[in-house]
Design a protein around this ligand. Sequence first.
Ligand SMILES: NC(=O)c1ccc[n+]([C@@H]2O[C@H](COP(=O)([O-])OP(=O)(O)OC[C@H]3O[C@@H](n4cnc5c(N)ncnc54)[C@H](O)[C@@H]3O)[C@@H](O)[C@H]2O)c1
Length: 271
Amino acid sequence: MHTELSNVHQPSSAVVTGAAKGIGAAIARKLVQDGFHVVAVDLDAIALDTLVASLNGNATSVVGDVGDWSTHERAADAAEAYAPLRGWVNNAGIDIVGGAHEVTPEHIERGLRVLQFGSMYGTAIAVRRMLPGQAGSIVNISSIQGIKAFPRYFTYQAAKAAVAMISKGVAVDYGPCGIRCNAVLPGSIETPMLDQTLPRGMSREDAIREQGKLAPLGRIGQPEEIANVVAFLLSDASSFINGAEIVADGGASARCFAYPTPAEIAPFTRS
Ligand SMILES: NC(=O)c1ccc[n+]([C@@H]2O[C@H](COP(=O)([O-])OP(=O)(O)OC[C@H]3O[C@@H](n4cnc5c(N)ncnc54)[C@H](O)[C@@H]3O)[C@@H](O)[C@H]2O)c1
């Protein structure tokens, strides 16, 4: 019988990419809370230093580009220097806008390099390092844009669909070896990335409220709400979840369009 993901009470390490800000920073904080030593990877050395300094010696920084294979090797080495590597989260991403009529080969390559190759490199290295211990959980941060099309996201959504499929393939190949792999598909989450995509011509507060209407819950999500899902997937509590696409979007992708609340339900809605 293979050993499943070790109990986090045993010393364990986890790598989180794109950890300096937004969802990645929330994941790093939550995993430290749950007992992991976190190796936080990012291009932004200054923001990374701030995050790691706030984690009281329970995190190590690795500055690097996830589009480089060597960044992931360095992250894995740093994690294994602390404790057995049991968790890996490929989260780093960029927002890259453009429809098929406007993209260039450079645009496509830049997007795929971070969003798809970054996750593939990280996953491949995580698998190799976890195989000897026959235990581990890998999470790839996809997006609801990996399953639903938004206007002018030709490159981003192709990469996000790939990220979900990478996770399924790894789940099938390495489940027998005690390694689980899942994808998390966030909807709109309040991070620096979201700020770049908010509707123009109104205050940030109004734009956030407007964006929130995409979800039946009537609001955008917080990074901690994605971090909680990731922490669950890295814990024994999710020991039978493998190859799943877990949507965390307030219900946005469950419907076709934002229709008005039916009259018989309207009196019960929160203002
Ligand atoms: N915010 C959302 O609404 C939302 C929705 C769905 C999916 N996502 C996905 O969640 C993940 C995190 O997004 P976020 O909103 O926190 O973004 P963010 O821009 O707020 O943070 C992303 C982090 O990744 C880092 N990064 C970017 N390129 C990198 C590279 N090549 N190498 C290393 N680090 C790099 C950035 O420096 C930054 O710290 C991304 O994969 C994103 O596509 C976000």
